[in-house]
Ligand binder design. Sequence first.
Ligand code: NAD
Length: 424
Amino acid sequence: MSMTATPPSVQATPAPAHSAFEDVNRFVRRASAMLEVADDVVAAIVACEREVVVSLPLRRDDGRIDVLTGYRVQHSQARGPRKGGIRFHQTVDLDDVRALASLMTWKTALIDVPFGGAKGGVAVDPRQLSDREHEELIRRWTRTMVHVLGPHRDIPAPDMGTTARTMGWLMDEFHRLEGFQPACVTGKPIALFGAPGREEATGRGVIQIAAAALRAHHRDAAGVRVVVQGFGNVGKFAIVSAIERGMKVIAVSDVTGAVVAPKGLTAEDVLATSVSELFGRYEQTDPARILEMECDVLIPAALGGVINDENASRIVAPFIIEAANQPIVGNADQHLHARGVTIVPDILANAGGVLGSYFEWTQNIQEFRWPIERFRDELDLRMATAFNNVHETSRRYSCNLREAAFVVSVGRVVESFLMRGQVI
Ligand code: NAD
């Protein structure tokens, strides 16, 4: 071998791929260390219980067949049937779905609902699907996954790229195969056994938590300046709720662009289907810079990974409420905490969605519909309880809110896991 040749070991070592699942597991391991959980138990609670990967041939409107990849990852049933959304997005892959399934386990434990964690998805750009293709895709996903689903096994819900309509089709397909069981899926249309209040629940919960975080720092919610990234289910209802509490939403972005509204958006603006429809009303801005705007509360409510090593130093908001799942990645979390930024983690901030799903599931099982006032009251009360618990835990352990949230949820999952006698 020539003396100048590059040693094979150097050539053969690729840069480690970033893993969203590993990002979640780091927090789980840290909380486990704080709780002094045994290593073998940590290994058991970190692992995904079941992973289903399927090919989904889809007949497109032009007659072609596209073969798409679908996923369902069931992370844990330690505390109850698995629960989690279905995402249609071009970036969906197995690692992503594992991370999101695991987050559901910690989220359901944190808000103390009797569910475990799961997540599903299809790697597809939902904007490229016609209504017929979207319906056919979710029906095929359901037919292929039906053996692992059910009201007491695994209960899907909407996530990015899927809606109440999608869940209605899922329920209909499930019923054809398994008979009438509306509790097999949540986030359904009201006309099809959905629950009044579920659609707004995630966004409402996000703002409830934002107000609680401000209060913990002796600040009033009224008048604070809010920036929201994302104008879908979560972003829109967060904006509505923020306006109701007297907050000022001074900028919003989505995949079509961004606008600034120094005097604040109005509730009517939320009726627009996309931010591009607001271009006539407000000044446009660079969507890539919206997270770096000066404001009091920053709410990423779109994709994961948007706050990272590259832009963390330019984020100036003192409060970040993680409405999206895993919006902060890499060393950005440590960097922002070190600068004194208050970050409310996803498993707490966006837990209103699964809490609302729990209310819908119980109503379906009892065949008894609640009025929306009861739904909202229960949601607000349980979100406030979850925040107070995490806040108190952060004081007790002298740690940040994310670490505290994982301490609460890991403690609960470990307790249930050991009580079941699952260690073999
Ligand atoms: P959605 O599909 O309804 O909306 C997503 C929004 O993000 C759209 O407005 C889209 O234009 C925007 N977006 C996509 N790419 C973008 C980009 N590069 N820059 C700016 N905006 C972009 O999805 P959703 O249900 O509102 O979910 C949003 C986030 O909240 C996801 O991370 C999801 O996992 C999380 N979440 C949703 C729920 C729920 O109940 N829907 C519950 C918990 C967590």
